[in-house]
Write a protein that binds this ligand. Structure first.
Ligand code: NAD
Length: 478
């Protein structure tokens, strides 16, 4: 798969490039073009022209049809998308073909359905006459697109997370410039092919590849021609983007990092809690923003829970690699730090040796820790690998205090069979999403996002349509 920019309806890969490395075995998959300021300028100019041209004049029905054609186009190239995502990320084919690619199709269909059923969400709503001044008025609200939207996406769910923003942005009539992660450019390039084949007007969707700081990401987020920025990635990157966008007061939607807690109460179905924690801590080797890194277990079941989780972690097979050598080194540095901080390693703690091609890749062992104080950096900082720390608690209030003692607030999980406890504890956990007796069960219409340093704003269903369109009030005196 050759990574290419897509600017104003033209594929190009001129200029310098950098190698694309397979995380599974360290081999070189190809090269990625690095977008210069000129390429980014070209993409923003093309997006602006499309807004003023054919796309700006499209009605809701035409946009719904466009979203459905993109969904059909992804489905028609399903196998190619799976291959590209597996090669770039090193994840399993099963994960790519049951999560990444179906969800990308679902993202386009969900917003097409939403818009089809509620066209006023992207257009207008009327308010019956009422006035605080003299005379009667008819007020109505026109929803306008924001304009040219810059989308910056991470490497952990490349296709899923970029389409999660592209679909509602296009649904609301915006034009888009996407900069995917430099580590995972391939499915974005395939998506540009699909959008090209679906016949969307030139410039409606543009793609520029390259790095973030001091490069394409920064050129784009500081660009005066960009009307809004939708970003998913680390909290520190969000802060850098915010500073860069401040001069133009560009509206922002941020989905950022986390240090997600799980609470396991003694009355929980322990089989389900152990199963659920294996999934929530180790799926995609912990490289999902929603993964659990802090587990708090009520003392009567603490020892049993730790023993069972450790056993399951040691038996895990076929888990994927870290995205890059750099990220593997970061995760391993946290394993060393945990040792220095006095952690007990119940499972893992190093890098595996396979005796085959995988040894050239970027694998680390699934790791379960206990025994650290809450002040330890290992317990406080996002590691973004297959690792969790397990600590005991004695009371509900203590469990809540531990869960909430974090600068982050993305997602949490609680395990209990007590219905009233579930209802009373869940709303008091300071995270944007609280799962009870499950993890990562998603309805695309529900609000998705984090509190505290985990994000600004909400995505999902109407929440995304709210961000990607601007209500304008028109008041007519009768
Ligand atoms: P990252 O912040 O390093 O990079 C994300 C994107 O930002 C990449 O495309 C990168 O090139 C770009 N970028 C980097 N510096 C930039 C700059 N100064 N200006 C403009 N763009 C810049 O994140 P990552 O390592 O790719 O992803 C992992 C992080 O993402 C974790 O912190 C994880 O929790 C978070 N994440 C959050 C969510 C969520 O929904 N809240 C989802 C997935 C991942």
């Amino acid at each position: 798969m050759k990574a290419e920019h897509y600017v104003g309806g033209v594929f190009r890969s001129d200029g310098t490039s950098f190698p694309l490395i397979a995380p599974a075995d360290g081999s070189e998959l190809g090269t990625v073009p690095e977008a210069t300021q000129d390429v980014v300028d070209g993409a923003v100019t093309a997006a602006r022209a499309a807004l003023k041209g054919a796309w700006g004049a499209t009605g809701v029905q035409e946009r719904v049809a466009a979203l459905r054609s993109v969904a059909d186009g992804i489905e028609a190239r399903f196998g190619e998308f799976v291959d590209a995502e597996v090669a770039d990320t090193g994840r399993s084919r099963d994960f790519a073909s049951t999560v990444d690619v179906p969800r990308a199709v679902g993202n386009f269909r969900a917003y097409a359905d939403l818009l089809y059923g509620r066209p006023e969400r992207a257009h207008m709503t009327q308010v019956p006459g009422w006035s605080s001044g003299t005379g009667e008025a008819l007020n109505y609200t026109v929803r306008r697109p924001l304009g040219v939207v810059a989308i910056i996406s991470p490497w952990n769910l490349p296709l899923l997370l970029s389409t999660w923003k592209i679909a509602p942005a296009l649904a609301c009539g915006n034009t888009v410039v996407l900069k995917p992660s430099e580590e995972t450019p391939s499915t974005a390039t395939l998506l540009a092919r699909v959008i090209d084949e679906a016949g969307l007007p030139d410039g409606v969707f543009n793609l520029v590849h390259g790095h973030g700081a001091g490069a394409a990401g920064e050129f784009l987020t500081g660009h005066p021609g960009v009307d809004a920025i939708a970003f998913t990635g680390e909290s520190a990157t969000g802060a850098a983007i915010m500073r860069n966008a401040a001069d133009h007061v560009t509206p922002l939607s941020f989905e950022l990092g986390g240090k997600n807690p799980a609470l396991v109460f003694a009355d929980a179905d322990l089989d389900a809690a152990v199963d659920g924690t294996v999934r929530s801590s180790f799926t995609h080797s912990g490289q999902i923003c929603l993964c659990t890194e802090r587990v708090y277990v009520e003392r009567p079941v603490f020892d049993e829970f730790v023993a069972r989780l450790g056993e399951r972690a040691r038996a895990l097979d076929g888990y994927g690699p870290m995205i890059s050598a750099e990220h593997r080194d970061k995760v391993l540095s946290y394993y060393r730090l945990a040792r220095e901080e006095g952690a007990e390693f119940v499972a893992g703690g190093g890098a595996p040796e396979f005796g085959d091609a995988r040894d050239g890749g970027f694998h680390v062992q699934p790791t379960v820790l206990t025994g650290l104080p809450e002040t330890a950096r290992t317990v406080k900082e996002e590691i973004f690998g297959p690792v969790c720390h397990v600590a005991p608690f004695d009371t509900e209030d203590e469990a809540l205090a531990l869960a909430n003692d974090s600068p982050y607030g993305l997602a949490s999980t609680m395990w209990t069979r007590d219905l009233s406890r579930a209802h009373s504890v869940a709303p008091r956990i300071e995270t944007g999403i609280v799962w009870v007796n499950c993890w990562n069960l998603r309805d695309l219409r529900t609000p998705f996002g984090g509190v505290k340093a985990s994000g600004i704003g909400r995505e999902g269903g109407e929440y995304s349509l709210d961000f990607f369109s601007e209500p304008v009030n028109v008041c007519i005196q009768i």
